[in-house]
Design a protein around this ligand. Sequence first.
Ligand code: PLP
Length: 451
Amino acid sequence: MWLNNILETIGNTPLIKLNKITKDIPATVLAKVDYFNPGNSIKDRMALKMVEVAEKEGRLKPGGTIIEGTSGNTGMGLALAACVKGYKCVFVTTDKQSKEKADILKAVGAEVIVCPTNVLPEDPASYYSVAKRLAKEIPNSIYMNQYDNLANRQAHYESTGPEIWQQTEGKITHLVCTAGTGGTITGTAMYLKEKNPNIKVWAIDVFGSLLTKYYHTGEKDMHEVYPYISEGFGEDFVPANYDMSVIDNFVQVTDKDGAIMARRIAKEEGLFCGYSAGSCLQGLFQLKESLTKDDVVVCIFHDHGSRYVGKIYNDQWMMERGFLEVKTFKDIVSGRANQKLITIAPDNTVIEAVALMKQYDIDQIPVWDNNEMIGSLSESGLFQKIFINPEIKDATVASVIEHSFPIVEFTTSVEKLSSLINKENGAVLAKDDSGNYHIVTKYDVIQSIAK
Ligand SMILES: Cc1ncc(COP(=O)(O)O)c(C=O)c1O
């Protein structure tokens, strides 16, 4: 059994129950995990549909060029279709999108043009304007326009909706989905509401997008629009793919909450999803009060985490944006406030030092004289010396002393600590506000990073 080409693997993605992360939600929560598509996102579905419709309508001819303004996922789907069907692709994207996304598009043969994010759609430099201009300039080309091209929502009406209906055996009570072009939520909801008009459809938006206010008031308020960090959803205009009448609520999620939730989904459920999956589940948490135990909620997880390894899955990136607390020396030792630093004096013997290290189960010990550190002893250093000369066990600590540990500020970040701890240097010391010294070892740093 084989498939004729990669496009035949699009769709029929799994619906997976969330367990740990949703323990405080009084309903069954299922994730439609669409990173199982060949391009790693749900957008493969609508990309193929837009190509097929354009071919059928005679707007896309053999050897033609597909032009699109895309943040990456739609581009990937279009590029796969173009590979199989013999078209060229030119994608216009914004400088906000992950570099990985653009590189992936180039890997599948597309040309990628990057435009500034912080300009209005009608600005000639915006990615919408550039895509439209290129479509006029390049002969035998077509601007797909996923925003206003209704083949987008049609794809979800024909595939995503029916799959969810079948996979839940018609038991779905709520659909929760991040909303960008509106294709996924509108198409899927149109199908599901035809099957059961009582199904509730909740759209998840981001602060900085005008969609939520538009949904609630009908006003396209540009004061709502400001740059945001989340990727793939939220808009600064209302695309034609929306039919707001199939949506029952619209809520906004912060960049921080979405990012943190995506990381939790990966850690707690083993689903390595993209940013918007985190926002989607965060949105559900914000609305969980209206759920009951009999509800069956389907959250759509649009894409895969691999596209965000340099972003939400990178601790440094998260810390720089204030999404993750910067852990410091102080945080590591906070649980052992009353613990006295174990030290040894230079005139103690090696055997006494070994006994002390054994008693406290420590690998290294600062050598202390007159209230200051004059050096250290380490298990590995002592082992080597005792191995060469067993008599040394009766010698003084001073005769086998190694270099002092670095002394840092109490507020030094874990990142800085890990750069100070190495093969030669197994620990660092810092003084707390009451003047007591504390020690942080390689093991402590590893533990704190792994938490
Ligand atoms: C990662 C991601 N999440 C959410 C969406 C929103 O989906 P839609 O455009 O169908 O509303 C997109 C769309 O590009 C996306 O790429």
